[in-house]
Design a protein around this ligand. Structure first.
Ligand code: NAP
Length: 498
């Protein structure tokens, strides 16, 4: 077998080894004998080098006209498009999700990069009349400097692109720490930027663990903004690290998303959507449909159809086009999911309707495969109702009425995504208003965001910012209000004009 390729950090336009001289292995979760590559096990010294390079590059990059910055991004998007199939295969190998989904992940990076390239000729501010004579008012965005980015493994190229492209567009420079489980997709994104002429130091990648790379990155005083996507537990640490220097801090964290199915819904459509929402990406999406709240009148019918479909899902190596659900990302995550299956079986009143364990035997022994698992009769006090599992487990929760369903939907620490299936337009609009989340769907599952819409959540999912769309620009820039007085006199607003 060929020896795995060694990948380096990208600092100041060069591919360099880490100070430790050590590497870690990137393993295929569907086949742990498949070592995809070796990546640098970096530490604070590498982070320091990368931040120094980014701080130096910022002096010039911020002055490059925005349409020119956009042109580079435009070419990057085209290159990603050209290499989409290879990047998708790399991603399925390192992350495990099926090819159709990794193609979607790369496509999302392409869409976002094109979108932000376009911002080169927009990034609009305001011009507005002054309250004084012969005076002009406008607002402009200004960059923040070096932006640190810490990203998760479940959307290995899409999420890094959501952060990097708006930051670059605004004239910032970037140091990114990819998830340890999926550095190859970030390497592919950075390589496309290098190949399309991104100046040295403008983007930098340092691989390694959260503690050795993420932590020094978020604590460094030269970093003007930290953008983090991952668990609420680590997000809280990021928030605390940013607080002393009042750094811009952007957090996208966990979810416990619900689909409400009303008694007037198209049940087959709701089953289709719930299957995709719950078991797409093996349930490892922040937006996964992990609570399905069913009106009592359709509970039994929905449960019967849904369980039959979940049992029929084809689980395996995502490189096989026939496979519908891949493995858990790693052994630790698989064990967390198995632990929640155990907890669910012991919850007083919950019923295991299908799955409930690890898939074993033959090809399954090579990877971290879990069964599509559904618990019925779940109630709000249960841990499987309240806690994010991030795996192939979902709950069916009976509701007495619309009001009861809404109360259940909101009874949760997180607020990322929610959905309602109903044919009653009044109920659909009421639910849009009544469920407190950042994203809401009608007659579609909780997953499936588009890049030109704001993305993010309320409560313990986020800290008020939004990713994607033009809202992403707010994370990576600060407004400056500019007043130009051409009256040649001293004019005092609120005083001289009263
Ligand atoms: P995680 O454990 O919080 O890790 C996220 C990132 O933080 C990784 O790069 C990780 O590095 C790094 N990290 C870990 N410990 C750190 C520390 N002490 N200091 C600085 N950085 C640290 O989350 P995950 O398991 O990768 O992802 C799953 C979670 O992400 C779920 O909760 C999911 O809901 C959430 N998520 C949210 C969104 C959203 O948009 N709301 C999207 C996707 C995922 P290592 O990889 O080296 O550990």
């Amino acid at each position: 077998m060929a020896r795995p390729k060694v990948y380096n950090n990208f600092i100041n336009g060069k591919w360099v080894k880490s100070h430790t001289g050590e590497t870690f292995e990137n393993i295929n979760p569907a086949d742990k004998t498949d070592v995809i590559g070796k990546f640098q096990k970096s530490d604070a010294r590498d982070v320091d080098d990368a931040i120094s390079a980014a701080a130096e590059a910022f002096k010039k990059w911020r002055l490059v006209p925005a349409p020119k910055r956009g042109e580079i991004l435009y070419r990057v998007a085209q290159r990603l498009w050209k290499d989409k199939e290879q990047h998708s295969r790399d991603m399925t190998r390192e992350m495990g999700k099926v090819l159709a989904e990794t193609r979607g992940d790369v496509q999302e990076a392409i869409d976002m990069t094109f979108y932000m390239a376009g911002e080169g000729r927009r990034s609009f501010g305001q011009t507005t009349p002054s309250e004084m004579n012969n005076k002009f008012c406008m607002s402009v965005r200004q960059p923040l400097g070096v932006c640190g980015m810490i990203t998760p493994w479940n959307f290995p190229m899409a999420i890094p692109s959501w952060k990097m492209t708006p930051a670059l567009m605004m004239g910032n420079t970037v140091v990114i720490k990819p998830a340890t489980d999926t550095p190859l997709s970030v390497y592919n994104l950075i390589k496309a930027m290098e190949d399309e002429g991104m100046p040295a130091g403008v983007v930098n990648m340092v691989t390694g663990s959260g503690g050795s790379v993420g932590s020094p990155l978020m604590h460094d005083k030269r970093v003007g903004c930290v953008s983090f996507t991952g668990s609420t537990e680590i997000g809280r640490k990021v928030s605390a690290a940013c607080a002393p220097d009042f750094k811009h801090c952007h957090l996208e964290m966990g979810g416990k998303n619900c689909i409400i199915v009303m008694d007037d819904a198209n049940i087959d459509l709701a089953v289709d959507g719930s299957l995709w929402g719950a078991f797409g990406t093996t349930g490892q999406r922040c937006t996964a449909s992990s609570r399905i709240i069913l009106h009592k009148k359709i509970y039994a019918k929905f449960a019967r159809k849904f369980v039959a479909r979940a049992k029929a899902l084809k689980v395996g190596n995502g490189l096989n086009e026939k496979i519908q659900m891949g493995p858990a990302i790693n052994e630790e995550q698989m064990n967390t999911v198995l632990e929640y299956m155990r907890i669910g079986k012991e919850e007083d009143g919950a019923k295991l309707l299908c799955g409930g364990g690890r898939l074993k035997g033959g090809k399954y022994n090579k990877g971290w495969f879990t069964q599509p698992t559904i618990f019925g009769d779940v109630t709000r006090k249960m841990r499987i109702f309240q806690e994010e599992i991030f795996g192939s487990v979902t709950d069916l929760i009976p509701a007495r009425s619309y009001d009861h369903a809404i109360a259940l939907a909101n009874d949760c620490a997180y607020g990322l995504s929610a959905a309602i299936y109903t044919s009653n337009v009044n109920r659909a609009f009421a639910a849009m208003r009544d469920v407190y989340t950042g994203i809401f769907y009608v007659n579609a599952p909780t997953i499936g965001a588009e890049t030109h819409m704001p993305f993010g959540g309320t409560k313990h999912t986020g800290n008020g910012h939004r990713e994607a769309c033009t809202q992403a620009l707010d994370v990576f820039s600060e407004w400056k209000s500019v007043y130009v007085d051409f009256s040649n006199t001293i004019q005092r607003p609120q005083i001289d004009n009263q």
